[in-house]
Design a protein. Structure first.
Length: 422
């Protein structure tokens, strides 16, 4: 298919990924797919090329190739298009279906809205998926980081991140306030004086498609459980509804494949039948304790936007920090892989930061393509490199001995290990 973009060229040597099944979202992936890449802001100019180098090596080692299509967002887009998120970028990711991006800057307070959120909502990437697992050799603040092997499915389009809010002092916020107090009879809740107001939508549709994605993943990956994380004891009609819709979905769509935690103890005396997934739920604040004290009891987590942001970052700290933590956004037949960390602009262009999070996000992208052999090769090569003591400055200062290398040299070392392992 021939496509035209204002300021982006489509690689001539690559082929387009297409949708093979409209109902399931299954993809038809060629051996040389065109994949858009956004380097991102700040350190994105360092970790982006390093990631490309590693993913190219993994593809080549398994008899494939990637035709990279450079697209722009954030600072690089402002220089090229005079806007933060050009239509070229959105169109490229929508049409080519699988992409990867580096970190994009989001100012606190005044400034443009989060580009990460804008991309997820514009492309309906409704599941933010964050695998959290320990890489041998990475220093950790906990005694047994290897117990952490959890995948968080975070709903991406609703909750307080939906962007429905009004600024204090505006006519709009006073209209909302008046409606709440006069029409809905909300009394003695909103304090006098300036106030900002936001809306927290949680829908049955959004909740169920996210939880369905999590359960399907658990079944496919032979995981033991899916935990619904919520604050439904307080927010009964939003987060409590998320929990209830999750149990309803499990009962209506999965039959004997899925059992509840109550079923596990009442019908099976705590012995989980082989081939089943247990659906359970935990209160969000308690879950932050549980992932520290009972880490290995949690396999897959399904939760809402804000809870998922907090919890996945906390889980990332247990395996060595966000410089290691990968992520990806899934929609219907679409994937946008991205690291969890920020753009760290003060280190931009210094060729010193750790690219592991973006590289392992690329591993998630390869797995989504169905290239499991290439994906496993990336993980094994990253672990081999770090466990041998070849690390960037952030890890080097936490370990004894070892060799401190630049971002680009770290990527070269991983490529060497890919060649040795393949």
């Amino acid at each position: 298919m021939s496509m035209s973009y204002e300021k982006v060229e489509v690689p001539a040597e690559g082929e387009q990924i297409t949708l093979a099944d409209e109902e399931t979202g299954e993809l038809n992936v060629p051996e040389n797919p065109i994949i858009p890449i956004i380097y991102g802001d700040g350190i994105g100019t360092d970790v982006g090329p390093a990631t490309q180098k590693v993913l190219d090596a993994a593809a080549e080692a398994t008899g494939r190739s990637i035709a990279w299509m450079r697209v722009y967002a954030g600072e690089s887009a402002r220089e090229k298009y005079d806007e933060n998120l050009p239509e070229d970028t959105v169109t490229a990711i929508r049409e080519h279906r699988v992409a990867i991006k580096g970190p994009l800057t989001t100012p606190v307070g005044a400034g443009f809205r989060s580009l990460n959120v804008a991309l997820r909502q514009t492309l309906d990437m409704y599941a933010n998926v964050r695998p959290t697992y320990h890489i041998n050799g990475v220093p950790s603040p906990v005694k047994s980081p290897e117990k952490m092997d959890m995948v968080t499915f975070r709903e991406n389009t609703e909750d307080v991140y939906a962007g429905i809010e009004w600024e204090a002092g505006t006519d709009e916020v006073e209209q909302v306030r008046s409606f709440l107090e006069d029409e809905m009879e909300v009394a003695d809740v909103i304090h006098d004086g300036p106030v900002g107001i936001g809306i927290k939508p949680i829908s049955e549709f959004g909740s169920k498609r996210l939880i369905r994605e999590a359960i399907d993943y658990a079944i496919a990956q032979e995981r033991d459980s899916v935990t619904l994380v919520h604050k439904g004891n307080i927010m009964k009609f939003t987060e409590g509804a998320f929990r209830d819709w999750g149990y309803e979905l499990a009962e209506e769509e999965y039959g004997d494949e899925v059992i509840t935690e109550d079923d596990l103890w009442e019908e099976y005396d705590g012995e989980q039948p082989e081939g089943t997934v247990v659906v359970k739920d935990r209160i969000a604040d308690n879950m932050l304790q549980q992932i520290l004290t009972r880490t290995d009891e949690y396999d897959v987590v399904a939760t809402m936007n804000l809870n998922g942001d907090y919890m996945s970052d906390a889980a990332g700290a247990q395996i060595g920090g966000l410089g290691i933590a990968p992520g990806a956004n899934f929609g219907h037949g679409r994937c946008l892989a991205e690291p969890v960390h920020g753009s760290a602009p003060k280190y931009a262009g210094e060729d010193k930061v750790n690219p592991t999070a973006m590289i392992l996000s690329g591993r998630e992208m390869l797995d989504y393509l169905g290239w499991k052999d290439a994906a496993d090769l990336v993980r094994d090569a990253v672990e081999e490199t770090i466990s041998s003591g070849t690390v960037t400055y952030d890890l080097h200062r936490q370990i004894e001995g070892g060799t401190k290398v630049a971002t680009s040299e770290f990527a070269d070392a991983i490529v060497e290990n890919i060649e040795k392992l393949s």
